[in-house]
Ligand binder design. Structure first.
Ligand code: CBA
Length: 448
């Protein structure tokens, strides 16, 4: 464990947890009652005047800055959102078809969904990630609830664990998606990190990972990226996954998988679910947060699922009853539209096949962007080894550029990325690769 990383997290936890409420004032005197009450505040003041300005989100704030930039050559490689070769957001054809079907179905109603969401959607989502022949599904050991995309699934899972699991510590990889520590801290868990990435090799710090998981307390929760690790683009090999699985099961560590990119890493839904399926096949328990934001392009529909694989069907029934108690006071029940799109596609063989083709098209375009960027840097003779661009997988490249170089590229080239040097390959196109390569070349040459 890195003590410095742990210290950083506890500072973060102090910032995130609500501060204790102001002590209640002593009984009001008559002088007090002459002071202007909050409701008497003049129009120029506010009862919220002392609210401090909050910082922009490190990832979504990049888009805010990008939108303000009037430059015609600007490129947004911050948020992980797919763009076409023309640089436009993509609505999949199969999604348009599903929406057209839904629109023409006159018998559709707009009633509330159950607290757990659309039943069909839940069943199909569990099958998609665990596999149709999964023993856990066949034994009815899975409790699945529809949630607000990946983020909502992680949060509901975190709150469930904080209420009902004996160990409150969750270990997340270092680095990880910036929202993870905030989600789990606010859910009521204690967040610690395990070593994951080695900047020297720009690959997995497998030894460090095994050491840190070995020294985690028995029963601790371990957050694992199912595939296409964000932000590094570095995943364990199948052999390494097997060693992780054996170690975790031998120490009764509880896996909490985050699957935000199924199909985006390799282009194959089954291949990208391999790590998860290894953990389900051994009969053990786990949590799974699934998102359809990227692989179906349903970002703004906020559609995802939390599945908890339990030891028996009896336990799964009780777990589901408790998930309902987490969800009901939070947002009552989830939205209908996105889940209906997903269920329509997953329920129809033809549409499912069309989806997998479109998904593969997106994954392949990202892979080709990796090659093009690598070639462009090679042509320019840019100092350094850039082979990690083609070795890393999924939506992001963890370039190794430092925050000064990132700031320089924004200032001089209007290229926007997160300050840790992560670029969203899905935001690149053949047209913008040369511009990015020029910017990286200038940044590493000028700012060592
Ligand atoms: N888990 C991981 C590992 C992610 O990268 C993201 C999205 C999510 C949540 C969960 P959603 O709630 O939309 O289903 O996704 N991360 C981002 O792509 C972005 O959407 C990213 O740019 O890192 C974000 O919200 O930050």
């Amino acid at each position: 464990m890195h003590p410095s990383a742990d210290r950083r997290l506890s500072t973060l936890q102090r910032h995130l947890l609500p501060s204790s409420p102001p002590t209640s004032p002593a009984t009001a005197t008559s002088a007090d009652s002459l002071q202007p009450s909050p409701t008497m505040a003049s129009s120029s003041s506010s009862v919220f005047a002392a609210v401090p300005q909050g910082p922009e989100d490190p990832i979504l704030g990049v888009t805010v800055a990008f939108n303000k930039d009037p430059s015609p050559v600007k490129v947004n490689l911050g948020v992980g959102a797919y763009r076409t070769e023309e640089g436009k957001p993509l609505v999949l054809n199969v999604v348009k078809r599903a929406e057209a079907l839904l629109l023409h179905n006159q018998s559709r109603i707009k009633e509330y969904l159950p607290i757990t969401g659309l039943a069909d959607f839940n069943k199909l989502s569990a099958k998609l990630i665990f596999g149709a022949d999964s023993p856990a599904i066949q034994d009815n050991r899975v409790a699945t609830v529809q949630c607000l995309s990946g983020t909502g699934s992680l949060r509901v899972g975190g709150e469930f664990l904080a209420r009902h699991y004996h160990e409150r510590t969750i270990y997340i990889p270092n680095p990880t998606w910036g929202n993870h520590p905030k989600i789990f801290t606010l859910a009521g868990l204690t967040v610690r990190t395990y070593r994951y990435y080695d900047p020297a090799t720009r690959g997995l710090d497998f030894q460090g990972l095994l050491e840190d998981l070995s020294s985690a307390p028995s029963g601790a929760i371990i957050l694992l990226h199912a595939c296409a690790h964000n932000p590094t683009g570095v995943d364990p090999t199948v052999d390494q996954w097997e060693q992780i699985r054996q170690l975790m099961r031998s120490k009764a560590l509880l896996p909490f998988f985050d699957s935000a990119y199924q199909g985006f890493a390799s282009g194959s839904l089954d291949k990208d679910a391999q790590s998860v399926r290894m953990f389900v096949a051994d009969g053990g328990e786990l949590l799974m947060a699934q998102s359809y934001a990227k692989n179906m392009g349903l970002y703004g529909e906020r559609v995802g699922a939390l599945s908890i694989v339990c030891g028996s069907s009896d336990v799964a029934v009780k777990v589901e009853s408790q998930l309902k108690l987490v969800i009901r006071p939070m947002y009552s029940n989830p939205p209908l539209h996105g889940a209906s799109i997903v269920a329509t596609i997953l329920n129809d063989r033809g549409m499912f096949d069309e989806w997998t083709k479109e998904l593969k098209g997106m994954a392949d375009r990202i892979i080709s962007m990796r090659q093009q960027l690598f070639d462009a840097l090679k042509t320019r003779g840019t100092p350094g080894d850039w082979s990690h661009i083609i070795k890393q997988i999924g939506m992001f490249t963890f370039t190794g550029l430092n925050s000064d170089q990132v700031a320089f590229m924004r200032q001089e080239f209007h290229i926007y990325m997160t300050s840790d040097g992560r670029i969203s390959m899905a935001g690149l196109s053949s047209r913008t690769v040369p511009h990015l390569a020029d910017a990286i070349d200038a940044a590493v040459t000028k700012l060592k």
